[in-house]
Design a protein around this ligand. Structure first.
Ligand SMILES: Nc1ncnc2c1ncn2[C@@H]1O[C@H](COP(=O)(O)OP(=O)(O)O)[C@@H](O)[C@H]1O
Ligand SMILES: [Mg+2]
Length: 430
C-alpha cells in the first residue's frame, strides 16, 4: 500500500511541482493532504490518516514542539531546504528532524527518505523524544565557544520525594568539580520549582533553563547562546537557573531540555543536573498524548545522563521512599542504572552502625550497594544556606564536603586530593 503523506511545503516556488511529481509518479507515495501551515499539519496528523510529513524549513511557527507532536502522533518527518542552505539543515536537525534533503532532490529520493523515516519513527505517544535525534550532524564545525575535543559528561542528580538532599548534592558536586579544575555547568531542572539560584545567592532574574529551552525549541540554541544564558559564578562554574515559579513547568519541554543538555556537553566537561523526584509518566494520567507533560523534562534528563545518582536519606522512612522510587524509575526507564548516594547519614534513626545498617537494608530491598555515604552536618548546611555560599566556602574542613569532593572527582574522572582519595579507596576495599 502506498505511503500516506502530508505535505507542508508552502512558500516555495518548487512546491506544487514537487508535490505533484511525488503524487503522480509511481513512487509508492500518496499525498493525502497539502497543509498550508503548522496548525493544519498538526490537526491532520491527529487524524491518524498519514504516516509521514514532508515539510520545508521556511514553514512559519515550525518549532521543536511541533516536531515532537508529529512524532507523538506516529508521523515521521522529512524536511526540505533550499539547496545549499546549511543553516536550515542544522536548524531542522536541532528541531528533531533527522532526514533533511535539498528541495531539488529527485522525487524518487524524497520518497525513499519518507519510507526510511517511517521505518525509524518513534512509537506513537512517546514524547520523551530521543534527544540524540536532535543532535546536529557530527561533521558540523564546533561553535567558537565550545570546549575543544569531545563531549562533556552529564550527571543527573535525582532521588525520591521528601527532600533527601538532591539540591545539596547537585550544588556541592558542581562546586567541588569546578574547584578540581573541571569546567562545570550546573543546571536546575526541577520542574516543581527551582531553588539553585537562591541556594547560591544569585539574583534570579535570568531566563536560565527556560530561556535555553525556548531557544532550543526554535532551533537557535548554540554554545554562545547557552553561555549568555548561564550565570558565571566563577570562571570554571556556570549555572543555568531553574523555574522561579513552579507553575511555569510547561516551559520545560522534554525534547528542548534534551537539546539543552546536548549543547551543554559541548560547553562543559561536566554538567550536573538537579532533577525533580517525580518520574510518573503523565501520559498514563492523560489520554491526550499531545498534552504537555510535567515529568517529561525529568525523564528526558535521566534518559540523557551518563550517570544518574539516586540520593536517599538514611532514616527508615527515607529508605522506604527510595525503594519505591527505584521501582518507579525502573518502570519508566528500564535502561537507567542509578548509582545510590546515601545522604544525611547519622546515628539515631537506625539501630547499630548506620552505615552498615543502611547498606544492608538497601542491598536487601534494591539489590544495590551505595557508592557514597554523605554524613549529616546540619551546622555546615545551615551556614551555607544562611549566606548563599557553598560548603567549600563555609565549612571547608567538614567531612560532608570531603565526601562530596571525592564523589565529584570520581564522577568527573579526575584525581581527588589526597584525603578524598584515601577515603574512596577505603570505601572500595570495604
Ligand atoms: N548531609 C546533610 N546534612 C545536613 N543537612 C542536609 C544535608 N543534606 C541536605 N540537608 C538539608 O536538608 C534540606 C533539604 O535538602 P535539599 O538539598 O534542598 O533537598 P531536595 O533537593 O532533595 O529537596 C535542606 O535544608 C538542606 O540544607
Ligand atoms: Mg531540590
Amino acid at each position: 500500500m502506498a505511503l500516506q503523506v502530508f505535505t507542508a511545503v508552502t512558500g516555495a516556488g518548487w512546491e506544487s511541482e514537487l508535490v505533484g511529481a511525488l503524487d503522480r509518479d509511481a513512487h509508492g507515495v500518496t499525498v493525502v493532504r497539502r497543509c498550508v501551515d503548522v496548525a493544519e499539519l498538526l490537526a491532520a496528523a491527529a487524524t491518524g490518516t498519514g504516516q509521514a510529513a514532508l515539510l520545508s524549513a521556511e514553514l512559519r511557527r515550525l518549532d521543536g514542539e511541533a516536531v515532537s507532536r508529529l512524532h507523538a502522533a506516529g508521523v515521521a518527518v522529512v524536511g526540505l531546504v533550499e539547496p545549499g542552505d546549511e543553516l536550515a539543515v542544522q536548524r531542522l536537525r536541532q528541531l528533531g528532524v533527522a532526514q533533511v534533503l535539498p528541495a531539488d532532490a529527485d522525487p524518487e529520493v524524497i520518497a525513499a527518505a519518507l519510507r526510511e523515516a517511517v521505518a525509524g519513527v518513534p512509537d506513537a505517544g512517546r514524547d520523551v523524544a530521543d534527544p540524540r535525534a536532535a543532535l546536529p550532524a557530527p561533521a558540523e564545525p564546533e561553535p567558537a565557544l565550545a570546549r575543544p575535543g569531545g563531549r562533556g559528561r552529564v550527571v543527573a542528580v535525582w532521588g525520591p520525594t521528601g527532600a533527601p538532599g538532591r539540591t545539596t548534592v547537585a550544588v556541592g558536586l558542581a562546586d567541588e568539580a569546578a574547584r578540581l579544575d573541571v569546567a562545570t555547568l550546573l543546571v536546575d531542572a526541577d520542574v516543581y520549582g527551582g531553588v539553585v539560584a537562591q541556594v547560591l545567592g544569585l539574583l534570579d532574574e535570568s531566563p536560565g533553563l527556560a530561556g535555553a529551552a525556548r531557544l532550543a525549541g526554535t532551533g537557535m540554541l548554540d554554545a554562545a547562546a547557552l553561555t549568555r544564558l548561564a550565570w558565571a559564578v566563577r570562571p570554571g562554574l556556570r549555572v543555568l537557573t531553574g523555574l522561579a515559579r513552579a507553575d511555569r513547568w510547561p516551559e520545560l519541554r522534554p525534547s528542548a531540555v534534551g537539546t539543552v543538555l546536548e549543547e551543554a556537553r559541548r560547553l562543559a566537561d561536566l554538567t550536573v543536573v538537579d532533577c525533580a523526584f517525580n518520574v510518573e509518566d503523565d501520559e498514563e494520567l492523560s489520554f491526550d498524548t499531545a498534552a504537555p507533560r510535567r515529568n517529561g523534562a525529568t525523564l528526558a534528563a535521566l534518559e540523557q545522563a551518563d550517570t544518574v545518582l539516586c540520593v536517599t536519606g538514611a532514616d527508615p522512612v527515607a529508605l522506604q521512599r527510595c525503594v519505591r522510587a527505584l521501582d518507579q524509575l525502573r518502570e519508566a526507564l528500564p535502561d537507567v542504572e542509578p548509582v545510590l548516594v546515601v545522604n544525611q547519614l547519622r546515628r539515631g534513626p537506625v539501630p547499630g552502625d548506620p552505615r552498615e545498617e543502611v547498606a544492608a537494608a538497601l542491598d536487601r530491598f534494591t539489590g544495590r550497594r551505595p557508592r557514597s555515604f554523605l554524613p549529616a552536618d546540619r551546622r555546615a548546611t545551615d551556614a551555607a544556606l544562611a549566606t548563599g555560599r557553598t560548603l567549600a566556602e563555609v565549612a571547608p574542613g567538614s567531612p560532608l564536603r570531603a565526601e562530596l569532593r571525592a564523589l565529584a572527582a570520581d564522577l568527573a574522572g579526575v584525581r581527588a586530593p589526597a584525603a578524598g582519595r584515601r577515603r574512596l579507596r577505603d570505601r572500595r576495599a570495604g
